[in-house]
Design a protein around this ligand. Sequence first.
Ligand code: GLY
Ligand code: MN
Ligand code: MN
Length: 437
Amino acid sequence: MGLDTTHYAARRRRLAERMVDGVAVIPTAPERLRNRDTHYPYRHDSYFHYLTGFDEPEAVLVLEVRAGVPTANLFCRPKDAEREIWDGFRHGPEAACEVFGLDAAWPIGELDARLPEILADRPRLLYAFGHDPTWDGCIARALEAVRQLARSGRTTPEAIVDVRAWLDRLRVTKDASEIDTMRRAAEISGRAHRRAMRSVRAGMWEYELEAELLYEFRRHGAQSPAYPSIVAGGASACVLHYVSNDRQLADGDLVLIDAGCELDGYASDITRTFPVNGRFSVAQREIYELVLAAQAAAVAAVAPGRHFNEPHEAAVRVLCQGLSDLGLLSGSVDDMIAEERYKRFYMHRTSHWLGRDVHDAGPYRVGETWPVLAPGQVLTVEPGCYIRAAGDIPEKYWHIGVRIEDDALVTEAGCELITAATPKTVAEIEAWMAGRA
Ligand code: GLY
Ligand code: MN
Ligand code: MN
């Protein structure tokens, strides 16, 4: 069966309906050198891929829009028998046009010659100026070439608009095909977390556990992790972006794993925190139950019509009350919130948009306020509590770091956690880990 191109065409149509008249130029990402002549694994640009599904480097979508109707032109690498022996298959313009359901395609080498004519006499250009200096130069040259034709009666686009802002508004609401892919990514990531819980042993190195995650991602077809996996034992869990994963896991410690795969261009993002020896200590359990309650409150605030910050506000309120009950913060909850004293233990936010990018496109402000949640949006819910050693903190809590993160799809009725198949309560985690070989 060929690629289903209808979703890409529908997205181009939605962009075109808003543009009405103009040209959008959306390049894919360049290949990037890692060292000397070795490249990083290639990853397309998220905006470009959202509109085309095309995976090869050295490509650009030039979308011409007239009266709200798009014509999709692709410029891509030509067929090249010699290069294909070394680097693998290329579609070439003719097949790319056919397979990806585009209107026309040319070799990328013809872009400079063709672009001025495409831009001439059009009212506006949508392009992400400032993102890539090489492409900025190409676009600036094309605009200059059109300007040179002024005395022949040709006009240059008057408005240059950042296409990212327009595409972000589309990307924040996922279509059926995106939700399907995100569900599958979440399913694979859940398997990886379950595998890690079953694999962990005291004395193991964090990177060994990371290897279990990567094995499960790749084995189920995910192309890569969506972001560097965090496998943080003991005190390392209090380092929010810990990625060295090079310490040994000790009996009695918790281990925090924040890891999710990228599948067909879509991220998943899950955090679980569990005991290396399979049983929470009393103090670990107290903190864990508090974060779990904060997460439940936050999840309950994810629903259509609620605003983006409501889950965060709900989580913070539960955490403040709990930190007070445990004697870790004093005073009224309202004062703790007003003075942001909880930030000593909870210094990050509760949610971000999730999609093609782990911190996905989408607004965090609309005018003076937060965006209102709507069905089809996906956001994470990830409260945490991180307790460093300090003289005013009972020693039993030192170095406990807990985060619990799920991916929430906003539905008509509320939300659905698409990562729910990963053990999360103390009882679920201990029961799952009891099944270790
Ligand atoms: N894993 C990145 C994040 O949770 O935001
Ligand atoms: Mn996250
Ligand atoms: Mn995460």
